[in-house]
Ligand binder design. Structure first.
Ligand code: ADP
Length: 748
């Protein structure tokens, strides 16, 4: 801080300079008033110590100059007069010309310092005041808001440029005028607000719209009391913020929100505090099946819910907590139910008083159905797995158990309480674990798993055979774990083993029987072969006895010999049949194939049988249809077949029957087809397939004749040996037709 010393007395000047320098001041000295005036002009002097009496220009004149200069350049110098004068008039004079203080000569050093410091403090606080005044002014001047100060009569004391501009005039237009006069329509509001401020001592805010030449503008007005030091209110400051733009944005926002609600996919309604509907959006009207909003406005909201209880709970929650969220059943027009999720809230005004209730719905019918289906299927799945006879477990994609059914717990001793969340590989025996690991990896790689069997070692060390089925758990198309069912196949394995064992036993028994059968066939073959020759000799001799070669026989002898002859004949036939049978079954039937005129054979056999047929008064005919080619066959055996069939026909047809033989060529099949028909006793259907078996005779009271039961099986053997087929069509008491075929060309 610069201090100017104007003093013509050298000692005093040096003394003053010394004292002030020590205190940290920058000291500028001068020996007279004129020099001091020059130095004042050149330097930024804050404090001046002026000697009253000086040559060229005294302190009073200098003080005058300084004060004059200050008024033009906005400076202030604290002037301390140093004088030897000490009358009251002198002091008054000094102060009148503009000095701030004075000190009498000779001066005390401390008094001098105290007065200089006081000057400095005054200067500093003046400076601060100036700065804050400037700040305030800048604030007002730079503010975009309208700032106005008016006295308690409403006369405008101050208005900033921006404010005047907003109101469409220059500031001067407003100064001194009454706000009640300028805006008479606002007079009531201002008067009311001013009264409030005067009585309460505090300001207040309000929103208002003013019509200006530029149009309607919204203002946020904030009124504050301006007080004197003693607290008396002497004016009111009004800061008005133009919020027209914001209002427009708000209005637009409101419109957007309104459109959003109106077009929301969710049904939305509002009700007043009484619970009467005041608003419903399009979605609500559609969902609740109303045609227009007029149908619903004013209806109590209870109209839209199924149960009164729900409405009570809802309203209670809204008034207590201000909101409610949950699911309930709504009621639509015509009493139709609708499952909804409801979000309800109480809308309150700025003071916190409820003004509206708002309800926003979501139709959850589908979600509920889907959820119920999920629960059902989960329950079903759970029931299936829990009740399953198989052990079942599931893992996540890392192989950690997520489910173990009670059967598996028993089967393998894996307790779900301790093992869920642990890796499956830890809980099976080594071999089983290895197999399961492979399965897990294959499933992970997307491979199909066939059913596998392996043994699982139980807790007690016993081993059980297991059949395992595994399937991947797929989630969003990705492998998400595996599901395995393990079946204890102990019983099945045992059955399989038993079956295998009994099959093996049967195989052995079969082989033994086959061997025995072969032995029997061989035995029959040997016996019959051995019997044939002696029987033939006996018959020949008997024939000779009977035809009188050995002399005449008396009647009794002839009768007895005849009986013996018939029985020997039967015996020979049996032996012959047995021999044929054993050949057929022992694959030893040797056929003598040669070119044979089959038609001639048939004619020969039929004419040969005529006598026997006539014995029973049968009519025996042969019919040859078309040309019959010469075929390759064993003539004797085919003769045997036809003879046998004719014998049967004669035998099983009551006297006076009709027996017919037909012979034809089936060109398509390449065979000769022969048929032997009778109108005899016939064969029951269930017996028809048995008659071709060995030793089979139909057990019927109609059978008078007894045979060997070998004939047809030999016939079949011969026909089949030729590559042909034989079959019968028969109706009891109507008759039978035996058909057989012989290939025209011998099958190799
Ligand atoms: P059998 O020596 O008893 O005649 P077959 O093998 O020749 O033995 O015949 C078997 C059985 O078939 C006969 O016992 C008879 O019951 C029945 N059978 C065969 N041919 C005829 C037929 N033409 N009419 C009715 N039954 C017949």
């Amino acid at each position: 801080m610069n201090v100017l010393i104007a003093e013509d007395d050298d000692i005093s000047r040096v003394l003053l300079e010394g004292i002030l320098k020590i205190e940290g001041f920058t000291v500028i000295t001068s020996c007279d008033g004129a020099e001091a005036w020059e130095k004042y002009k050149d330097n930024n002097i804050s404090i001046a110590l002026l000697d009253w009496m000086m040559p060229r220009m005294d302190g009073v004149e200098l003080c005058q100059h300084i004060r004059d200069a200050e008024s033009s350049d906005d400076r202030y110098t604290y002037i301390l007069m140093v004088t030897a004068k000490n009358t009251a008039e002198d002091i008054v004079e000094a102060m009148t010309i503009g000095a701030d203080d004075y000190i009498k000569k000779p001066f005390d050093k401390y008094e001098l310092l105290a007065r200089v410091q006081a000057g400095r403090r005054i200067l500093e606080s003046k400076q601060k005041l100036k700065e804050s005044e400037e700040k305030y002014r800048t604030l007002i001047e730079n503010s975009m808001d309208l700032i106005m100060v008016f006295d308690l009569d409403g006369d405008i004391l101050l208005i900033n440029d921006a404010g005047a501009n907003i109101l469409g005039e220059k500031p001067d237009y407003f100064i001194g005028k009454s706000i009640f006069g300028i805006y008479p329509e606002k007079a009531a509001i201002f008067e009311d607000r001013m009264d409030q401020i005067i009585t309460s001592g505090v300001g207040n805010d309000f929103e208002d719209v003013i019509t200006l030449p530029s149009g309607e503008r919204w203002f946020w007005v904030s009124l504050h009391p301006v007080k004197e030091k003693n607290g008396n209110i002497f004016a009111i400051q009004a800061i008005s913020h133009d919020m027209t733009e914001r209002k427009q944005v708000e209005k637009r926002e409101l419109k957007i929100k309104d459109t959003a609600i109106q077009t929301s996919i969710n049904p939305i309604i509002m009700a007043d505090v009484e619970g009467k509907l005041t608003y419903a959006n399009t979605s609500f009207l559609e969902k609740w099946r109303y045609n227009s909003v007029d149908e619903v406005i004013g209806l109590p909201i209870a109209e839209f819910f199924k149960t009164e209880r729900d409405v009570e709970v809802l309203l209670a929650a809204l008034s207590e907590k201000g909101s409610w969220l949950g699911e309930l059943t709504a009621k639509r027009k015509g009493g139709l139910d609708l499952d909804v999720q409801l979000s309800a809230s109480m809308v309150k005004d700025d003071e916190g008083s409820p003004i509206r209730m708002m309800f926003s719905f979501i139709d959850i019918t589908l979600r509920k159905q889907a959820w119920e289906a999920v629960i059902k299927s989960e329950e079903r799945y759970k029931a299936l797995t829990e009740d399953s006879a198989d052990g079942i477990f599931a893992t996540n994609k890392d192989g950690l158990f997520t489910y173990i059914n009670p059967v598996l717990e028993d089967m393998c001793g894996i307790k779900s309480a301790y093992t869920l969340g642990t890796h499956f590989g830890k809980h099976f025996s080594t071999e089983a674990s290895k197999q399961l690991e492979w399965i897990f990896c294959d499933l992970k790689d997307g491979k199909n798993i066939k059913t596998l069997e392996f043994n699982v070692i139980r807790e007690d060390g016993s081993s059980i055979p297991i059949e395992i089925n595994a399937a991947p758990v797929i989630k969003d198309g990705e492998f998400d774990g595996m599901e395995c069912s393990l079946r204890d196949i102990t019983n099945r394995k045992k059955l399989e083993n038993d079956l295998k064992e009994s099959y093996e036993r049967l195989q052995v028994a079969y082989e033994e029987l086959k061997e025995l059968d072969q032995m029997k066939t061989d035995f029959v073959s040997v016996v019959t072969h051995e019997l044939r020759t002696p029987l033939a000799i006996i018959r020949n001799n008997l024939e000779m006895f009977l035809d009188g070669t050995f002399g005449d026989l008396n009647e009794l002898q002839e009768e007895s010999m005849g009986m013996i002859f018939n029985n020997i004949e039967r015996l020979i036939k049996l032996v012959q049949n047995s021999l044929d049978m054993s050949r057929i079954y022992g694959d030893r039937l040797k056929l003598k194939f040669e070119q044979v005129k089959i038609k001639e054979i048939f004619e020969k056999v039929v004419s040969g049988m005529k006598l026997i047929a006539e014995d029973k008064e049968h009519k025996l005919t042969l019919e040859v249809l078309g040309d019959i080619p010469v075929i390759e066959c064993d003539e004797d055996r085919i003769t045997q077949v036809l003879t046998n069939l004719l014998h049967n026909a004669i035998k099983f047809t009551p006297n006076g029957g009709k027996i017919g033989v037909t012979l034809q060529r089936d060109e398509e099949e390449g065979v000769i087809l022969a048929k032997v028909s009778d109108n005899g006793i016939g064969i029951p259907e269930d017996e028809q397939e048995n008659i071709f078996k060995q030793f089979y005779e139909v057990d019927s009271y109609l059978h008078h004749e007894s045979g060997t039961g070998l004939g047809l099986s030999i016939v079949k053997g011969i026909v089949e040996s030729h590559g042909g087929k034989i079959w019968v069509e028969s109706t009891p008491e109507v008759g039978s037709t035996f058909s057989f075929t012989i290939p025209e060309v011998k099958n190799e």
